[in-house]
Write a protein that binds this ligand. Structure first.
Ligand code: OOG
Ligand code: MG
Length: 262
C-alpha cells in the first residue's frame, strides 16, 4: 500500500502542537523508506507554510561521529530551518513550547549567493558564503524517548526546533574551518570539544553535500539563508534554567538560556 505522506505529516505536527511524544512511524509502518521519509518531511513543511511560516535556511544532521553514535543512526540527514524557529539574540528558549529539547553546537554558514547542485564543491560553498557564524541548535525529536531510525528522523524535520545564531562570525576564508575549535559548555561544565573537521572532515563539504542533495530534487540553497552543517559534539538536555554556551575560535561565543517555565 502506498504510504500516505500527508497523514504522517499531520501526525507529526500534532506532536509539535500538543507538545507530546508520538510513537516512531517505523513502529507502525515497517516499510517506510528514505524517499517516503523525505516526502513526509516535505508535506510537513507545506503544513508550516500553510500557517504562514517561511524558510530561513536549511540544515544537515548526523554529520559527526559524536552525533551518529549518540543517536545510533550512521547517515547524514537533510532538513529545513523555519523562519519561526530562529531565536532573537536575547530570546530565551520557550520550554513550554517544546517536548524534551536538547542543545548542540553548530557551525552555521550565512549565504551571500545561491548554491545550486549538482557538482557543488566545498570551494564553491566558500565562494557563496558571506560569513560563517557559531550557533546552537535546539533539537526536539517528536518521538518517544528521543529515539528513532533514519527514516523516522528524516520525516520528523530532522528534529529541528529552534536555533540561536552568533553575532560575530568570520569571513569564509579568514580561518580554516577544519581546524576551527568549538568548546561546548552546559551550566559551566564542558560537555564536549571538537574541531570543524569532526563534520565529515570539513563543514563546507557538508554544505556542498546538502546543495547536491537538493539539486537532485530541483531545489537549491538561497542567498540570505543560514545553513547548519551539523553538530560537532553530542547533544545535551535543555532543562529549565539551563545555560548553554558554545565558544568557537574565530567566531566568538553563542549562549542560549532556557526559560524557567515548563
Ligand atoms: C537529529 C538531528 C541531528 C545534528 O546536528 O546532528 C542534528 C537528532 O539528533 O535528533 O541536527
Ligand atoms: Mg543539529
Amino acid at each position: 500500500m502506498p504510504i500516505d505522506h500527508a497523514h504522517w505529516a499531520e501526525y507529526l505536527l500534532a506532536g509539535v502542537d500538543e507538545r507530546r511524544e508520538v510513537q516512531a512511524i517505523t513502529k507502525q509502518v515497517d516499510e517506510l523508506g528514505v524517499d517516503d521519509a523525505y516526502a513526509i518531511q516535505a508535506a510537513l513543511l507545506e503544513l508550516h507554510r500553510g500557517r504562514g511560516d517561511t524558510l530561513a535556511g536549511a540544515k544537515l544532521g548526523l554529520t559527526s561521529v559524536a552525533k551518529q553514535e549518540q543517536m545510533n543512526v550512521t547517515e547524514p540527514i537533510y532538513g529545513w530551518v523555519l523562519a519561526s524557529s530562529v531565536l532573537g539574540a536575547d530570546q530565551e528558549v520557550p520550554l513550554g513550547e517544546l517536548i524534551h529539547p536538547r542543545v548542540e553546537p553548530e557551525f552555521v554558514f550565512v549565504l551571500g549567493s545561491d548554491l545550486t547542485g549538482p557538482n557543488v564543491t566545498a570551494s564553491d560553498v566558500l565562494d557563496a558564503t558571506e560569513k560563517v557564524v557559531g550557533g546552537i541548535e535546539v533539537i526536539d525529536s517528536r518521538y518517544e524517548a528521543f529515539s528513532f531510525t533514519l527514516p523516522d528522523v528524516i520525516a520528523d524535520a530532522t528534529s529541528a526546533a529552534r536555533v540561536m545564531i552568533g553575532t560575530e562570525g568570520a569571513g569564509p576564508r579568514d580561518a580554516e574551518l577544519a581546524t576551527m575549535g568549538c568548546v561546548f559548555e552546559v551550566d559551566g561544565d564542558i560537555t564536549g570539544t571538537a574541531a570543524g573537521a569532526a563534520l565529515l572532515g570539513d563543514p563546507a563539504e557538508c554544505v556542498a553535500m546538502l546543495a547536491n542533495h537538493l539539486g537532485k530534487h530541483g531545489q537549491q540553497l538561497d542567498a540570505g539563508w543560514i545553513v547548519m552543517a551539523g553538530a560537532a559534539t553530542d547533544a545535551r538536555p535543555l532543562a529549565a534554567g539551563t545555560v548553554a554556551t558554545a565558544r568557537y575560535s574565530h567566531l566568538g561565543p553563542v549562549t542560549v538560556t532556557a526559560s524557567k517555565g515548563t
